[in-house]
Design a protein around this ligand. Sequence first.
Ligand code: ATP
Ligand code: F6P
Ligand code: MG
Length: 481
Amino acid sequence: MGLESNSMPKIVIGDFGYTLEDVPHLSDFIPDLPTYPNPLQDNPAYSAVRQYFVDYDDTIAQNIVVHKDTPRGIHFRRAGPRQRVYFESDDVHACIVTCGGLCPGLNTVIREIVCSLNYMYGVKSVLGIHGGYKGFYSKNTISLTPKSVNDIHKRGGTILGTSRGGYETKKIVDSIQDRGINQVYIIGGDGTQKGAAVIFEEIKKRGLKVAVVGIPKTIDNDIPVIDKSFGFDTAVEEAERAINAAHVEATSFENGIGLVKLMGRYSGFIAMYATIASRDVDCCLIPESPFYLEGRGGLFEYIEKRLKEFGHMVIVIAEGAGQEMLSESLNQKDASGNKLLQDVGLWISQKIKDHFSKERKMTINLKYIDPTYMIRAIPSSASDNVYCTLLAQSAVHGAMAGYTGFTVGPVNGRYAYIPFHRINERQNKVVITDRMWARLLSSTSQPSFLSTKDVVEDSMDDKKETPNYALLENGFADAHK
Ligand SMILES: Nc1ncnc2c1ncn2[C@@H]1O[C@H](COP(=O)(O)OP(=O)(O)OP(=O)(O)O)[C@@H](O)[C@H]1O
Ligand SMILES: O=P(O)(O)OC[C@H]1O[C@](O)(CO)[C@@H](O)[C@@H]1O
Ligand SMILES: [Mg+2]
């Protein structure tokens, strides 16, 4: 896609190494905006809450593992309602769009944005944009009310529809401007958030009083900074059902192998967490951890050992794992520019079958389960519903308070407004020199497929000054402590 957003980061430096990576505010580029008392102060639901409004100076620390002489580090603005708002209820014309792949919880977020705007701020005008970004300029909108969205959280998918590709900044912003929309809620993954950043830039360039808010959605959990993305827990829970089936099949046949493919294009989080949760998985293969099949320390050797010891085994493979080994790379992209992947599950099933029947002359019974779209299409679990509600409410509070150009999300358990550039600068990936992956390796007892040399090279690749041998013992990643 190649589109870049170029706003200068809004950085505030404080004492003792304190840094606030702040988010833009409408008043940064539109002078003399009037403010109004927050209607929540008269809302009976909140009258008994002490200090309901967030203090202007409240910020959330990005790193909470500190030493006595650690600088205070990077902080983000705390999400929540402010004393003064920048929109009068009747003047708000909001819209919601969902983009990218499906994810459990999309409908819950839509529902809660509509209800938060209406019940907390008295906003009646909320439009649903049909079919992702291209819907702004090519489809009709629908009016969303608390009544029309009342029970949508019980359904999978998104009532608004979604799409890949079709991103055209000018047409999208023209549509926003023409329709008089002044709050834009954009729910989507890494690609969507990049698009949202560019929309924000264009809106700022045009000097429009329009708040642009990103709500991170990705079943792959590949968005950085935030603790995890909504729908992820639901996906892991659902993946367990497939793993259980694979285990039952594997234990019922001679040398049974249950193979489950899970989503995870570039990041193997679903596979990693489903493996740790299950305890029935003997081997987990993810894109971040290269593996090999033949020879000493390879996958075939491990499978044989496991079958001889236990008589069965379960393998979980993330869809993006081992792609470099598949002979013909597809070399095709989807409409958004994401590389299309080959079915690694089918490929590895065949390789295992060939190896054991032809080379090792061993009887094996391999059952391949691909539950990927079934996992993505279900409604969100109870805990994800709570998460989606907090995300939606935080998003609405931020827009009403005049903040814009941000993604909302939990950072160390507290909801924060994170500038787009921080979300868009990299992808969240499983760090295989981190504790969580070590926990998985120790729970499955699978080979790491890495030599000490690989670990050292990996650390050097990250431009660390010295090789970090200690990572397995002392390391920690942003979100996977
Ligand atoms: N760099 C970019 N700049 C502007 N728009 C983009 C960019 N990358 C993707 N988009 C647009 O964002 C939308 C969603 O992108 P994509 O299909 O990559 O899904 P996503 O948001 O990453 O979600 P997921 O990968 O979790 O399914 C598409 O309409 C796409 O055209
Ligand atoms: O087939 P689609 O809809 O392009 O989606 C597949 C991709 O979407 C994701 O679920 C991310 O949304 C990836 O895990 C997967 O590779
Ligand atoms: Mg993506």
